[in-house]
Design a protein around this ligand. Structure first.
Ligand code: PLP
Length: 363
């Protein structure tokens, strides 16, 4: 069976190899007589799944030993509260607003601390990035929060900013939900990074948090115990029952990513896939991207037909062609193609072929 190409922004495409292995192991994991879903999280079988997943993601992303890797629940949206509950000390914080997700992050944080919006690209309609040199960082900030890839608006920071060079000693917190494991991370510039697995590394249900050990133990007294990073770290993410099946699938995905040649090889493929689509969009008369070329996301590519009345026909035809979930985000309209790690190059080629055919014959 040939599966269609799935361009969903999340939950999103997973490597077919991972799904096939999960299918084979569904009723009996590794001779244990149990499905992974049926195992105690404290048993030796699941502990081994957990340990391999941690080891593989640490290797894949070259995460230094001074970082703990946590598996949590609640996704990026819960982290919008969990981060200030753990790191703000109910004081000042800096947020850089670059699109839908960082807008939501700063709004939620206001429940727990004082938020200074250090920079915003609202006036551009979230289509370009405010240059780090223009950010108004606050000396008293307990942390600086960024979203390094805005899934809805399709803007990506291609380099993690160096806060020290900008005169700030605050730890940098990044929401990298939608481009986690799509490129290497310069951990020397990061205090904490978080993201739900369901965009690029697994199914919904598990959130990955990479946190510097020196940031543990600062939670506000009313922070829920299960969301206190120190409690989670001290208990190897098993203070409460972790999302075991989601961790297992993420673990298979980390192994698959390593087999693809590691993070540099993955990044190269992601660059090539995004270039193919952007080059076609820029050359076409029918489609356009609204994002400034220097900050276009490799993962999430919103684009618009110059006549929105063609949108429904475009989507129906795409589905027939074997191209799924291209409809844009509800508040933005148009189309969005998400090209996560598990989207093969052939999927992007098929999308471009369809777009060309549609432009030539239907528009
Ligand atoms: C999807 C997404 C979120 C929200 O994730 P949930 O799992 O729904 O909580 C937050 N930030 C970014 C950048 C996202 O792409």
């Amino acid at each position: 069976m040939n599966r269609p190409f799935n361009f969903s922004a999340g939950p999103a495409v997973l490597p077919e190899e991972v799904l096939r292995q999960a299918a084979v192991e569904m009723l009996d994991w590794n001779g244990s007589g149990m499905s992974v879903m049926e195992m105690s999280h404290r048993g030796k079988e699941f502990i081994s799944i957990y340990e391999h997943a941690i080891k593989d993601v640490r290797e894949l992303l070259s995460v230094p030993p001074e970082f703990s890797i946590l598996f949590m629940q609640g996704g990026g949206i819960a982290e919008n509260a969990i981060v200030p509950l753990n790191l703000s000390e109910a004081g000042q914080t800096d947020y850089v607003v670059t699109g839908n997700w960082s807008e939501r992050s700063q709004k939620e944080a206001q429940k727990y601390c004082t938020v200074n919006v250090a920079a915003s690209n609202r006036e551009s309609g979230h289509t370009c990035l405010p240059s780090p040199a223009s950010w108004k960082l606050n000396d008293a900030a307990k942390y600086v929060h960024l979203c390094t890839n805005e899934t809805v608006h399709g803007v990506e920071m291609h380099e993690i900013p160096d806060l020290k060079a900008l005169g700030s000693n605050a730890p940098l917190v990044i929401d990298f939900s939608s481009h986690m494991a799509s490129r290497p991370v310069d951990w020397s510039r990061v205090g904490l990074a978080y993201g739900g697995a369901q965009k690029n590394v697994g199914p919904a249900g598990v959130t990955l948090v990479f946190v510097r050990n020196e940031l543990l133990g600062r939670a506000l007294p009313h922070c829920p115990t299960a969301f206190d990073y120190k409690t989670v770290a001290d208990n190897q993410s098993m203070y409460n029952t972790p999302p075991t099946y989601a961790i297992y699938i993420a673990g298979l995905t980390f192994k698959w990513l390593k087999k693809q040649g590691g993070i540099n090889a993955i990044e190269e493929r992601n660059i090539a896939k995004a270039k193919l689509l952007y080059d076609y969009i820029d050359a076409s008369q029918l489609y356009s991207s609204r994002v400034a070329p220097a900050c276009r996301s490799r993962m999430n590519i919103p684009f618009f037909l110059n006549d929105a009345s063609l949108d429904e026909r475009f989507l129906a035809g795409a589905k027939e062609y074997g191209l799924l979930q291209l409809k844009g985000y509800k508040t933005l309209g148009g189309m969005r193609a998400s090209l996560y790690n598990a989207m093969p190059f052939e999927g992007v080629q098929a999308l471009v072929s369809y777009m060309r055919e549609f432009e030539q014959t239907k528009a």
